[in-house]
Design a protein around this ligand. Sequence first.
Ligand SMILES: [Zn+2]
Length: 355
Amino acid sequence: MRFPISKTKIEGLDRKFNLTDPKERELYFELKVGPEIKKLREYFKKGNTFIAYLLGKKNSGKGTYSTMFKEVVDPERIEHFSIGDMVRMVDGELRDIEKKKELIIFLERQYRGWISTKEIISALEKRNTETLLPTELILALVKREIARRKKKALFIDGFPRGLDQISYSLFFRDLIGYREDPDIFILIDVPEAVIDERIKWRRICPKCQTPRNLKLLATKEVGFDQKTTEFYLICDNPACQGARMISKEGDELGIEPIKERLKTDEKLMEKAFSLYGIPKVLLRNSVPIKEAKNYIDDYEITPEYSYEFDEKTKKVKIREQPWQVIDDERVPSYSLLPPPVVVSLIRQMVEVLSL
Ligand SMILES: [Zn+2]
């Protein structure tokens, strides 16, 4: 599925922005979508909300885009929550006697399904992370999360997860009392090659858990291990005192272990895309290199980092160039940094909400 390229280049705006710097990013959004941001803020101030279901392949950046939208537009009135985090929270509740009791009372009142509450609790307690929980249970839990966030606009990440859940999502807002407010599908189109490299080169700080990427998102300082002749990232957080960032076992395989998951995600997106009656926002992460200069500015392209060890100074030189990636239709493309994708999200939200 290929979505239209959205133009973030503005004629006459020649200033460059360093999009990794928060202050610069703020100015960037102001100059690119200032009036749209204002409209959205007004909308929220009047007490309006929405529910947006994020649909995209695993690791397509759902959390990144919606969190950035929230920070730029209105951190107080917008929330992002993922089904994954929600289930992990439930795991925590099960280990606390009081909270477990409350959860059981809640389920007895709110859950309707084909498996008993008792069976569900025991399934939750024994569950390995791969078992899919019944849709009816997820539904009850999502309902609880939404009730906890009254009067907030929500980005929901991870629901619908299977094809059967699409039909639930249709009457979902009736279940939760957001009757007047719109619900929206946000579909994210990211080439699999991008997802692959995001996983393969992922690095994490063992102390503060900050994620980075050796190829696509370097730290300010990079080290060189003379024994293994490998370069490694050094956490930027001063509290971590130069911690060497590490990779997770299995990450070197990239998308190989999640191929099936990606196929299901693709089908889910197609199904959601072809559904009438619900507004859709289409986000696209890549732009063909041939067309790039008509649509985007250079600084909006994800860079690729490469390194060189200088024997004399014993320091690592960091180089940066636009990263070229082959998209799912074999077209040489650039991948966009998150801010330009969020520019497109902001514009489309204004349209979808008729502001
Ligand atoms: Zn750290």
